[in-house]
Design a protein around this ligand. Structure first.
Ligand SMILES: Nc1ncnc2c1ncn2[C@@H]1O[C@H](COP(=O)(O)OP(=O)(O)OP(=O)(O)O)[C@@H](O)[C@H]1O
Length: 283
């Protein structure tokens, strides 16, 4: 399955004094199995875009084609779309509300017309996929979990729907470095196991450079860049003008070049970065 966005435009509070053009003529395509990194300064339109992708917002203009269905068409059944496209909001743990973790994760799949056994199976699988111990957490209140665990439980509720497209809007926001790294390895595990399209919205350029097959860059509601991490991050001056940082590995590469080292590529691997630093220290 692929997603194609064509000429998407969104206006908040249209006709009111605080009217704002949040998306302007956005077009891009994401292919089956791609992990798509979405970056942009605060207020650039990332959250508005991902809310269109699962039909929560309706565009003023433009189309979103998911597989062979135009989800912006009048007659489309939004419930079917939301089954295919899972959106994990920022700070999803605030939406946990059932008395046990298992009941919370079961909430979505229970509405899919599955048998009770199928729902239980999905709940177990999803809880394990996000790295929680099913037997330990299933009967706990979500409020007895740690911050990182709560977030995993909330993500499990979306994974349990088995979406073909999974959108994660800043899944590591507010987490400590260990929980941040754990959530990202969980995302990689989900991608490997489910082979779905994943949209990862993040302010962390190192994570985006390392994990994405494709990177989309937004600025003031427009799509400014669409390419591989190497293509996007080689346009460092333009990114800096948009207020975006470069991945640390690239900054190190630039400094190595300035110091006369022949460092190839734009996104260095950890090994290349370490070799370069070792070379500088030897001088
Ligand atoms: N519900 C809303 N009503 C009116 N304007 C809104 C609403 N939500 C967002 N906006 C405006 O739309 C623009 C895009 O906001 P959006 O939240 O999509 O950006 P973002 O890139 O996700 O930002 P952040 O990185 O801070 O989450 C901003 O100018 C914002 O103020």
């Amino acid at each position: 399955m692929s997603i194609e966005v064509k000429g998407l435009t969104h206006i908040y509070s249209e006709g009111l004094p605080d009217e704002s053009l949040a998306l302007e003529d956005i077009s891009f395509r994401a292919e089956d199995g791609q992990l798509v990194g979405l970056i942009g300064h605060t207020g650039s339109g990332k959250s508005t875009l991902v809310q269109h992708l699962n039909g929560l917002l309706k565009p003023k203009k433009g189309h979103i084609i998911v597989g062979d269905v135009d989800i912006t068409a009048e007659n489309v059944v939004m419930r079917d779309i939301r089954r295919k496209i899972g959106l994990v909001f920022q700070y999803p743990e605030y939406q946990l509300f059932e008395e046990t973790v298992a009941k919370d994760v079961a909430f979505g799949p229970s509405n899919l017309g599955l048998t009770a056994e199928e729902v239980d199976e999905r709940v177990r699988e999803a809880i394990e996929l996000v790295g929680l111990d099913y037997d330990k957490v299933k009967n706990l209140s979500p409020f007895d979990l740690s911050g990182g665990q709560k977030r995993r439980a909330a993500i499990a509720g979306v994974i349990a729907m088995k979406p073909e497209v999974l959108i994660l809007d800043e899944p590591t926001a507010g987490l400590n470095p260990k929980a941040h790294a754990d959530i990202l390895s969980m995302v990689e595990k989900i991608h490997e196991s489910e082979k779905n399209i994943i949209f990862l919205v993040s302010h962390n350029m190192d994570d985006i450079a390392r994990m994405s097959d494709k990177v989309l860059v937004m600025d003031h509601g427009k799509m400014m860049m669409d390419g591989t991490p190497e293509e996007v991050f080689s346009r460092g001056d333009e990114l800096k003008k948009m207020g975006l940082a470069l991945p640390a590995s690239m900054e190190i590469a630039a400094q190595l070049r300035e110091n006369g080292f022949a460092v190839g590529g734009t996104c260095l691997t950890m090994e290349e970065t370490a070799d370069g630093i070792a070379e500088v220290l030897k001088r």
